[in-house]
Design a protein around this ligand. Structure first.
Ligand code: PHE
Length: 448
């Protein structure tokens, strides 16, 4: 798509829907609970919310502004505004494909679980141990998870290639409220399980004595991951926003929705974890063991499970689309490829990465990067290093380098700027966020 005939989304509601579609996904329902479980529960939640408020919201506004000011994908956008800063875009697109690689694996698991719910295979497991064993068998199977990851990549590709984002945009209007409703029902069911209260305490009453730098870094990384920021995805999406879209309201609404889904996921998972005697720090498998255990304690569990995993598949799909789009749009804008060719190339790279990530949980589990499986390393390095680094540079760029007037015009296209808001945002971009990020980095490396 050339700059002249660049597509735009309908209006502000569409802007919220597509951005929330990107933000809400496996990050909220799979990654957030597993990290919270590993990092002390409530303390993690506290730093996660702080990270969203203090660094996340200003950063999302920074990325939105770069997007609407340039109407370009990440690399081209930063280059247009400040030549050497294209590096921020490059880090971003690289991060996007790597995340897409391991994300497709987990998305594949949700697709498999949808099928297993439908066939009744999932509900046939008698207890949490059986669910844990079944999950382990599945992810280490030599080809089944690969098949599902590849199918998921192809589904993402098809939507990008057919240009049916409009359909996705429209179905989001139904799907997201439905997902929320389901989560509320599940949270109620989970909190009323025997022993559920202990889970609630774990998730809601912070024990600050157990907080370490790595907890905070993980919370900050998760905040970026969940809001899809720090890698230019929101730059690309904002470049499609209708002119004069109210960026502040959009960012606030997206952040609220995204946080709500993560908190609900915690309210669903932790009571059930404690009730079933599952270890909260059991890592990426947590949700896939806990959720089926809740469903098997519900009337018509199989039906609930099928619908829920299907909603999860759709939530994951709107996120994989945004990562795919980040890379595809880069290839179109920078390599001048046809959109179709660019989409094929992106899908190809994503499939290769996802196959490697998936195999690293089975046959290749002996291969270690920095002491982690390839899957874990892809997850850790992107969220805890690349996203914070991208965020740091993006804040510095918008705070110091981008034309002040241009930034203000993006945030206040029609009204008089609020000088308090602009003052706060500038402070956070220039010193607040960079300082916090550097301190957290240094601390987690053991320098403080
Ligand atoms: N935010 C998405 C989620 O929470 C994942 C994502 C990360 C999407 C980065 C786009 C870019 O599932």
């Amino acid at each position: 798509m050339s700059a002249k005939k660049r597509a735009t989304f309908g209006g502000r509601i569409s802007a919220v829907l597509v951005s929330a579609g990107s933000a809400i996904g496996l990050g909220n329902i799979w990654r957030f609970p597993y990290l919270a479980g590993e990092n002390g529960g409530a303390a993690f939640l506290l730093f996660y919310v702080l990270a969203i408020l203090l660094i996340g919201l200003p950063l999302m506004l920074a990325e939105f502004s770069v997007g609407t000011a340039t109407r370009s994908s990440a690399v081209a956008a930063y280059r247009k505004l400040g030549k050497r800063w294209s590096i921020v875009g490059y880090i971003g697109v690289l991060t996007a494909v790597i995340i897409l690689g391991f994300y497709l694996v987990v998305a594949g698991w949700t697709a498999e679980y949808t099928v297993a719910s439908l066939t009744g295979e999932l509900m046939a497991q008698p207890n949490a141990e059986a669910h844990a064993a079944a999950f382990q068998n599945f992810i280490s199977h030599p080809w089944r998870p690969l098949l599902y990851a590849v199918l998921f990549a192809l589904a993402t590709h098809l939507i990008i290639a057919l240009g049916v984002q409009k359909g996705i945009e429209r179905s989001s209007k139904v799907m997201m409220p439905l997902l929320l409703l389901f989560m509320v029902v599940l949270a109620i069911r989970s909190c009323t399980l025997d022993g559920g209260m202990e889970g609630l305490r774990f998730f809601l009453m912070p024990d600050l004595t157990k907080v370490s730098a790595s907890t905070i870094l993980a919370a900050v990384g998760q905040a970026f991951f969940s809001l899809s920021i720090g890698l230019g995805t929101m730059v690309v999406y904002a470049s499609y926003f209708a002119p004069k879209t109210d960026l502040q309201r959009t960012a606030v609404e997206v952040s609220i929705l995204d946080t709500l889904v993560a908190v609900l996921a915690g309210l669903v998972i932790f009571p059930a974890v404690f009730s079933a005697g599952i270890e909260p720090g059991s890592g990426p498998s947590l949700v896939f063991i806990t959720l089926p255990s809740i469903f098997s304690k519900m009337a018509f569990g199989g039906v609930w499970a099928t619908i829920f995993f299907l909603l999860l598949v759709l939530a994951a799909l709107t996120s994989t689309i945004s990562m795919h789009e980040s890379f595809t749009a880069y290839l179109v804008d920078d390599w001048k490829l046809k959109r179709k060719t660019a989409a094929y190339l992106t899908t190809g790279v994503a499939i290769v990465l996802s196959v490697v990530a998936s195999l690293s949980l089975g046959d290749w589990s002996g291969v270690k990067l920095f002491g982690m499986t390839i899957f874990d390393a892809m997850d850790y390095i992107t969220a805890n290093i690349m996203l914070p680094a991208g965020a740091l540079l993006a804040c510095l760029f918008v705070g110091w380098r981008m034309d002040k007037q241009l930034v203000t015009e993006q945030l206040y296209p029609e009204t008089h700027p609020n000088k308090w808001v602009m003052g706060y945002l500038r402070l956070m971009w220039r010193v607040g966020s960079p300082l916090l990020l550097v301190l957290i980095f240094l601390d987690s490396l053991g320098f403080i």
